[in-house]
Design a binder for this molecule. Sequence first.
Ligand SMILES: NC(=O)c1ccc[n+]([C@@H]2O[C@H](COP(=O)([O-])OP(=O)(O)OC[C@H]3O[C@@H](n4cnc5c(N)ncnc54)[C@H](OP(=O)(O)O)[C@@H]3O)[C@@H](O)[C@H]2O)c1
Length: 488
Amino acid sequence: MDTHECKSTVLIIFGATGDLTHRKLMPALYFLEKEKKISDDFQIIAIGRRNKTSESYIEEIVDSIKSNVSERLNHEILEKLAKRIQYHRQTFADDLGYQKLHNDIEAIHTCCNILYYLAVAPEYFDVIIEKLERYNMTQKEGAWRRVVIEKPFGRDLTTAEALNSRISSIFEEKDIYRIDHYLGKEMLQNMLVLRFANAFLEPIWNHQHIDNVQISSCETLGVETRGAYYESSGILRDMVQNHMLQLVMLTAMEPPKSFSEKHIRDEKLKVLESLTENMEKIETACGQYDSGTMDKKAVASYRQEDKVAGNSNVATFAAMKFILNNERWKDVPFYVRTGKRLEQKVTEVVIEFKHLPQMKNFENSEHIKPNTLVIKIHPEEGIEFKFNTKKPRTINDVVPVNMNFCQNCETGVSSPEAYERLLHDALRGDATLFTRWDEVKQSWILIDAILAKWGKKTLHFPNYKAGTWGPETAHELLGKDGRRWWVE
Ligand SMILES: NC(=O)c1ccc[n+]([C@@H]2O[C@H](COP(=O)([O-])OP(=O)(O)OC[C@H]3O[C@@H](n4cnc5c(N)ncnc54)[C@H](OP(=O)(O)O)[C@@H]3O)[C@@H](O)[C@H]2O)c1
């Protein structure tokens, strides 16, 4: 809870004319307004370099909210939100702009907390933070100053360390909110509840009962307009360093001592450490999409996409096998897979349980399917448990059945968008769903090692057709262990 004497808050968005602000942040603020999660004296300063008045900016924002919110809008709420917004024109390097910004804030409230949201490309993080410090905007007696940093946080360990040392020379770690929007997804938060609020699950959540864990995040889209970004990022930096490792951590972590920010993050970190301790056991497969057919339409290969080199060796697909170095997960493989232009859009965690020794006594024992628990994250949100029952009118033929809980299937039930939860948490000072520096650092150690391994490989790209489930090597990764991907 906040113990600062200043109670009013100003949200300052850098990059306020950009895609993220229009599609995610402003719709999230609309919902926070609707849910009465922001106080009456909350204000928003939107910073952009284009020549606009506050009125014309607000008009655009209202249009964006209309097109990015699926439910019918409440005009009273929209108006209330609009009244909080001021547009402030400046470039990121503009000294006069920061002076004016400082004066504008003082004019709103002499005593206020400030959340700086850097919805900008990573090359601007430094300049903005340095200018904020120069103009005495990073500290205030009786108030807090926090900063939200969008991903990517660095492009390897060296750049992430350099960025971190600059930011942390100005803001304290407790005030740095490194965003990974996957953590704001409802089902990721539900994973802790599923694991630690169900007496039947936690006792079997270990190597004695679980055969393997499969984590997939598959996209049907290609790189679209982000070819230039993707050429310098690739799938490991874009998806694995952040989102996929978060899923591994939440699935594998030990029960935290409490659900406090510190204890949850401490346990997550231990998972990454036990992964890196077993670095030599990591196996990988990588791929790049070729042209193919999706939804009966021909689609281009990665190398034919806009702003992508014709001979690019950037991976658009990665599959990995991790073995954690701890007692709970002894020898249990975690298979992790993510890629673009795959057959289906789906993000799921599948827990496959071991066969029981007595299963061999059933007549059709060789056909009995293992129990699986599927945590569905996107687009469907829910939990599916596959278990075995007796087929009626047989002596004891075993058949699989499903128990399905779908969280977002009922009409009228919609989960909050990730940014809504994350913005609210940053405003109220809860960093549990943001990544701590030691987590980011450990994840880069892992990713750098995999990238170095890939750098030594001869890549035969492209190696999977758009609209399929990825390269053959990703199937071999499980096939040689006598397993297969469940999500197919
Ligand atoms: N878009 C998403 O869904 C998404 C999702 C996850 C993470 N992110 C991250 O969020 C950040 C922003 O992404 P985005 O998609 O919103 O980018 P974007 O659409 O390119 O927007 C960038 C913003 O920065 C402004 N800008 C650029 N250079 C400037 C300068 N020198 N002075 C002042 N303003 C300047 C742009 O102003 P102009 O309008 O005048 O060009 C625009 O408002 C990136 O780090 C990205 O990786 C985005």
